[in-house]
Ligand binder design. Structure first.
Ligand code: MRU
Length: 343
């Protein structure tokens, strides 16, 4: 039986305040279980093995990881070591570096023995801010969805999304999902096409779980279905989250996003990218400069959750986890400050 879930904070401090508590996303949607992270090593492993995931949420997890390292040893050496260790946990989402930099900025001027408490407080503040950013993205997205629905008021607004950019990928609300929730709550008849998002199936396992929990009508589709749905007029807009937007507007996101953007362009379907400022990387010129994570081929040859192996041949499998959608394919960037449309 699939559990229903309503949105909630995906990361909090532990009851004793000395660790972080995360939802273990490996068990979703079959079980809701929480794990306590008690050290930088725990945080690094949870990020690397994707117990927790999504650009803003891995940033928040790393921030708590650094605070935990400082609680053990507040020296400059320990700070630099933990920073490098946590930064290496996953390469693509820039939020990880952003959050770690914020913590370092906070504690560097302080004496070694007095760094841990301000570090935890800064990690808390990163989480609180993420919730507010997503709420603001949602409010601007609601206006966009209202406008899109007004073009065809006689039928539901059909939105297509890829991967999971929901409350499970952020601290709460999500980026791409926040407008879906707010539009649904405002009475706009929104229906979401959810790409299953092979190989980790973040769409089928996580986005569908979220939308079901909130009562948002949705349909899970194979990753190859989107082009056909766009060509036959069944998609009014695509909206995705992102792991990094570079200085020229290129969008790095879950593998397969680029193909959706190409199909959207070819069919005149608007393609929106939802992001908080923490995902914008002004220091990286273009998408070609973003490190694309290469994950294990086992994720391609094995189905997670159900334990089934889908191929038993001797073939090797490749598993690039992200791709780059060139800025020219993006209709607009939905940010906490509003919709930034391309001229
Ligand atoms: O590999 P994942 O599951 O961490 O990838 C997540 C995504 O690609 C999300 O779409 C992105 O991080 C945006 S989350 C608001």
């Amino acid at each position: 039986m699939k559990l229903q879930g309503t949105h909630q904070r995906s990361i909090t401090r532990t009851a004793d305040g000395r660790g972080a508590r995360i939802m273990d996303q490996r068990d979703l949607p079959w079980a809701i279980s929480w794990v306590e992270l008690r050290s930088a090593a725990d945080a690094e492993r949870a990020i690397r093995e994707m117990w927790t995931r999504g650009a803003p949420l891995i940033g928040a997890t790393a921030a708590y990881g650094l605070a935990m390292a400082l609680a053990e040893d507040g020296s400059d050496e320990a700070l630099d070591r933990a920073y490098r260790f946590l930064l290496a946990s996953r390469p693509t989402a820039v939020n990880l570096r952003w959050a770690l930099d914020k913590l370092v900025e906070t504690v560097r001027p302080l004496p070694a023995a007095e760094r841990a408490a301000p570090a935890f407080a800064r990690a808390d503040a990163i989480c609180d801010e993420d919730v507010e950013l997503n709420r603001a993205i949602g409010a601007h997205g609601l206006e966009l969805f209202r406008e899109l629905h007004a073009r065809h008021p006689d039928r539901p607004l059909n939105i297509l999304t890829h991967c999971n950019a929901g409350w499970l990928a952020t601290v709460d609300y999500g980026t791409a999902t926040a407008p879906m929730y707010l539009a649904h709550d405002a009475g706009i008849p929104v229906h979401v096409w959810v790409d299953e998002t092979r190989p980790r199936n973040q769409g089928a396992l996580l986005t569908a779980f979220e939308l079901a929990g909130h009562g948002v009508p949705h349909t899970v589709i194979t990753d190859n279905a989107g082009g056909h749905l766009m060509m036959t007029g069944q998609v009014d807009a695509v909206i995705v989250g992102t792991d990094r937007v570079t200085a020229n507007g290129d969008v790095c996101n879950k593998i397969g996003t680029y193909l959706k953007a190409l199909a959207a362009k070819d069919n005149g379907v608007p393609f929106y990218v939802a992001l908080p400022y923490t995902t914008f990387d002004a220091d990286t010129a273009t998408g070609a400069d973003v490190p694309i994570e290469e994950r294990s081929g086992d994720e391609v040859t094995h189905v997670s959750g159900e334990g089934g192996r889908i191929r038993v041949t001797a073939s090797t499998a490749a598993n690039p986890a992200f791709d780059v959608t060139p800025a020219r394919l993006v209709t607009g960037y939905l940010t906490e400050r509003g919709l930034v449309e391309k001229v």
